[in-house]
Ligand binder design. Structure first.
Ligand SMILES: NC(=O)C1=CN([C@@H]2O[C@H](COP(=O)(O)OP(=O)(O)OC[C@H]3O[C@@H](n4cnc5c(N)ncnc54)[C@H](O)[C@@H]3O)[C@@H](O)[C@H]2O)C=CC1
Ligand SMILES: NCC(=O)COP(=O)(O)O
Length: 334
């Protein structure tokens, strides 16, 4: 029985997603990638590969079961909606195609037809224009799985670091009010369980970043650390989770400190994503923890300004495909 492949969504077709999927297929052997297929956009994928100067035979398939068999000789693309390739020129039709591709890839994973889904980068504002009501793909996939949005946890992972933003797509001005003991506890538990189940860490070490400068400087610069974060950490420790903090965030990502934890639980989006992208931009993966399916994505966005120029690095897309395959192997044994 061939391995059940991964479904990959196009992302915004005017962005770098399609060409990076084509590049990933070219590097399938050198980078030891599990089989994957793209949901929709066969003509568009062929055009994206051509413009990047890649010789990629595209095989249109009509059922996901055909993908594993043809992956060695051609990039399988599931028959479905298609469009013109216009890199750097996002439009409504492209956003609709991105949404259709994401919806189909997610459905296949939810129905157990594939091991997991790798989502290409979407543009949130463009997608909102065609009726996408979610803050991001994380919440979209969570809803498709019947999981509460708060129980789908975004983790960014690269060779040097893993980080989890406790609050995600919220304005900075709203972050402090969004932090609660319950939120730290809920996400701490999901992270600990997911790192065991999908990443093979028996006792994952979690470091919690403080919200305020100098971890609040004993209450002189904010009290969220003492009032909310520390009590939640205590309760998680009492459950046997290896969690510590809150640590002043400015020192937490220094090389010596990084050796002391497996994942940093951060208070807000940029606290988690800036160190990850500074260290691991070209290999950074966005993985959703706490779902019944595997979902990964490159950590970067649509990069409209370099789409179609050949400048986009495929490392993060390749890392996302590999991570999805590795997680699937641990979880399902495929
Ligand atoms: N996985 C996803 O679906 C993600 C989607 N986004 C969305 O993407 C859109 C654009 O976001 P931006 O903040 O501009 O981030 P971006 O990641 O698209 O671009 C930031 C910078 O990184 C460069 N860059 C991005 N990917 C690259 C690659 N593979 N190789 C070389 N350089 C690369 C771009 O040229 C730009 O200079 C937004 O709508 C955002 O929400 C952002 C992050 C992840
Ligand atoms: N900054 C990460 C990001 O925007 C990705 O969000 P999502 O679409 O994976 O939820």
């Amino acid at each position: 029985m061939p391995p059940v492949p991964l479904a990959a969504s196009l992302g915004d077709p005017a962005g770098v997603g399609p060409e990076l999927l084509a590049e990933a297929w070219i590097r399938r052997e050198t980078d030891d990638l599990p089989p994957f297929f793209v949901t929709g956009g066969a003509q568009l994928m062929a055009a994206a590969a051509r413009l990047r100067g890649l010789s990629v035979p595209v095989a249109e398939i009509f059922h996901q079961a055909e993908a594993a068999e043809c992956f060695a000789r051609a990039l399988p693309v599931l028959a479905g909606p298609d469009g013109d390739y216009a890199p750097g020129r996002p439009d409504r039709a492209g956003a609709e195609l991105a949404l259709a591709s994401l919806t189909e890839a997610t459905r296949l994973a939810v129905d157990g037809e594939v091991d997991g889904v790798v989502t290409g980068p979407i543009h949130k504002a463009r997608l909102a224009e065609v009726g996408f009501i979610h803050p991001g793909q994380t919440e979209f996939v969570a809803e498709a799985c019947g999981v509460q949005p708060g129980d789908a946890v975004m983790m960014l992972a690269g060779p040097h670091l893993r980080t989890v933003p406790l609050t995600v797509h919220v304005a900075l001005a709203e972050v402090a009010a969004a932090i609660s003991e319950a939120l730290v506890e809920r996400k701490g538990r999901i992270v600990a369980a997911a790192l065991k189940r999908d990443f093979g860490l028996d006792a994952p070490r979690i470091a919690v970043a403080a919200l305020n400068p100098h971890a609040g400087e004993e209450g002189r610069m904010g009290d969220e650390e003492a009032r909310l974060i520390a009590p939640a950490i205590e309760r998680l420790r009492a459950e046997g989770i290896a969690i510590d903090g809150p640590f002043a965030a400015d020192g937490l990502f220094a090389p010596r400190q990084r050796e002391t934890f497996d994942v940093a639980l951060c208070m807000y989006h940029d606290q988690a994503l800036i160190p990850l992208k500074a260290l691991d931009f070209d290999q950074g993966v966005n993985v959703t923890l706490g779902l019944p399916i595997i979902r990964t994505s490159p950590d970067h966005g649509t990069a409209f300004s370099i789409a179609g120029t050949g400048k986009a690095d495929a490392g993060a897309m390749i890392a996302a495909i590999r991570m999805a395959g590795d997680c699937a192997q641990r979880r399902f044994g495929n």
